[in-house]
Write a protein that binds this ligand. Structure first.
Ligand code: OGA
Ligand code: MN
Length: 288
């Protein structure tokens, strides 16, 4: 049986019309995974999953991350929550380690830029919504690559980009303490190809605020190129903006889309519950 879906924009974002029992059954695993990769972001309305159901749905789709690759301020593994549920909140009482990294979510990024095999996908559901703001945006890095002129595609396919935690977080936390900055600096510096040649054959741009500079390029030129690519990739035509309702489940393909959260009133104690699916393929360059 085919899945019932509604496109939310031409290139990214689909609403999936499915009930909880069908999602939990795993019967549509292959179709939903394919939809996720094809459409970048998939949302189901009115689902109201409990934490247990969120984890169970995630487990039908991939390898649920339990205890992450992220490191907390003390150098230990960040708490990805009880059995794979991560509580995403700026409130230090909810998740003290993660709250310190959260302001970076306000900027366009992919998750796990410091891993050679970044997470495949994330499942996300509101627990407490912001009073105002707090929409989540998704941008297709497949579409952004595919629309580039061939000569630019070829040139970008030769470039490698250095990603750092300082680059990811400093623009969102300019008033950080020297101690916080030192923690960011302790994260691995990872170099990724600018263009990811996926096993499927499709190619995407590997962009994220974590992109510090392009290897071997003058810093000023590298800055301008990364900035202009980011501007290109986040044009409205590549973006789906999700306006949340309680009960929503959103999933995004972290390997073919960037995401960001829009500003919100922190007093509203916005809290979302999240399951992360481990990556399944390393970021692979286009063969020379
Ligand atoms: C994340 C993230 C966006 C949001 O959890 O990685 O970027 O809307 N969240 O909170
Ligand atoms: Mn994120």
């Amino acid at each position: 049986m085919a899945l019932e879906t509604v496109d939310l924009t031409p290139v990214i974002g689909s609403q999936l019309l499915i009930d909880k029992a069908d999602l939990l059954s795993g019967r549509f695993r292959d179709e939903i995974r394919a939809l996720l990769v094809r459409r970048g972001a998939v949302v189901v309305r009115g689902l109201h999953p409990s934490d247990e159901e969120l984890r169970a749905i995630a487990a039908t789709l991939g390898d649920v991350r339990v205890g992450g690759a992220k490191r907390g301020a003390d150098g230990k593994t960040l708490n990805e929550g009880d059995g794979g549920i991560l509580k995403v909140s700026l409130d230090p009482d909810v998740n003290p380690d993660y709250a310190r990294f959260l302001p970076g979510n306000h900027l366009w990024h992919m998750d796990g830029h410091y891993e050679t095999t970044p997470p495949f996908a994330t499942l996300f559901t509101p627990y407490r919504m912001a009073n105002q703001g707090g929409d989540t945006l998704f941008a297709s890095t497949y579409a952004a690559f595919e629309d580039l002129p061939k000569d630019e595609q070829d040139y970008y396919s030769t470039l490698r980009v250095v990603h750092t935690m300082q680059a990811a977080l400093f623009p969102a936390m300019r008033t950080c303490t020297p101690e916080e900055f030192a923690v960011w600096c302790s994260y691995p510096v990872v170099t990724h190809p600018l263009v990811w040649h996926h096993k499927s054959g499709r190619k995407s741009l590997v962009l994220s605020t974590s992109a510090s500079h392009i290897e071997g390029m003058h810093f000023a030129e590298s800055h301008d190129l990364l900035e202009s690519l980011m501007r290109h990739a986040t044009q409205d035509k590549y973006v789906y903006r999700h306006q949340w309702q309680m009960g929503d489940l959103a999933m995004w393909d972290n390997t073919g889309a960037m995401h960001r959260v829009m500003p919100y009133d922190t007093a509203s104690r916005r809290e979302y519950h999240r399951c992360t699916l481990n990556g399944e393929e390393p970021i692979t360059p286009v063969a020379a």
